[in-house]
Ligand binder design. Sequence first.
Ligand SMILES: C[S@@+](CC[C@H](N)C(=O)[O-])C[C@H]1O[C@@H](n2cnc3c(N)ncnc32)[C@H](O)[C@@H]1O
Length: 437
Amino acid sequence: MYHIDIMTLFPETVGDVLSESILGRAQERDILRIDTHQIRDHTVNKQKQVDDYPYGGGRGAVMQADPLYRCWDHICQRYDKRPHTIFLSPCGKTFTQADAKRLAQEYDHLVLVCGHYEGIDQRFIDLCVDEEISLGDFVLTGGEIAAMALADAVCRLVPGVLSDPECFENESHWDGLLEHPQYSRPAVWHGMEVPQVLFSGDHAKIERWRRKQSLLRTRQRRPDLYEKLDLSSGTDQKLLAELERELSRPSLPHSVVCRLAKEEDLGAMETILQQAKDLLTQCQIDQWNDDYPSRIDFLSDMSQGECYVLTLDDIVAGFFTLTTQTEACYASITDGKWSSDLPYATLHRCAVARQWRGSGLADCIIRECERLASSQGIIWLRVDTHRKNKVMQKLIRRHGFQYRGNVLVDAPEGHDPRRVAYEKRLKTIGPDADKDL
Ligand SMILES: C[S@@+](CC[C@H](N)C(=O)[O-])C[C@H]1O[C@@H](n2cnc3c(N)ncnc32)[C@H](O)[C@@H]1O
């Protein structure tokens, strides 16, 4: 059993807090024992006075050595060996998870001394205290909060207190990292979605994502911890390279506006279109060609009210077409099937300006498509792309689209007409919301 004795002027308060919840249950199961001791009970004066004025003058009072010593000695009498004694003090070494681990592993009995007023007589510290620990670089009224924090952090590492060592081994500070973000139900809250990877059921992928988030958080929030990490493993090196690429991407200004495209936008759209075609050529993907898409396609989409632009500070930075018309080429699909015959919306002809690639603007396009389709009561969103267009496939999979099979599009002579087809079921408040799949 792990013992902690706490010397304090407020034993009830400390005892109440430490007998709740997990630590309370561990005490009931005799894994832990936490006792609190009223220092005043060990005075030899009628008033039970524990403090007096400081020698040398100055404000306030100092806790006297004698009542502290008597209280400490009373505790020591109950054990065979001298307990490891800690004075909680702003002058101590700052407490860390490594200290919690050390105290849980190296000792089975701690005495925690809580000071008050201006502090405690140095002679008690010199005679009885083994180490001084501070909760941080600030000053508390008394040592009780610090003692409770230390006791809590140590006790949860005592074997048997938590159900599984994994509970603390993956937590912040265990191996020098901060923990990844955590999510629970519902999947969408205030319009904010849980990262898709967490629904994948692929544990290796989830672990990888979590490690990457931990590295990112630690690097951004605690460079002091980050500097000390050993990141030499192949996995970490790959994750760091990915982070490097992601962090060097341009960041979007706060407001991205999505609106129907107008004829005045055509010039900007054609510039972006050319940039996208150049990129496809560079990547040897024969998805778009000299004649497609073109101004004629944009004008046709505009006339149907299906062509949209995204603007940043009123400048067109991306475009897409969202149509609710039936796609003739989707009627025949191989290597799979569509999930439903219900009306669907399809995303076509989307691109973002070169300077905003990797900024998350493409994610905005997907989100806007989902919003626009949902607002029309449409449940299914479809999209097809060239099998070599991995960037598009990664984007849509990240947003929860599922592969459904292969379709053939009209492509000019010599161009690959095969496309991989994806779809996503949307959450909608429209009339089709309750229809079965
Ligand atoms: C008001 S403080 C005394 C501060 C002291 N005069 C000084 O300047 O270092 C009273 C008691 O609160 C506790 N305490 C205050 N700040 C603390 C901290 N950061 N960590 C641990 N204990 C603290 C100590 O037990 C201390 O004796």
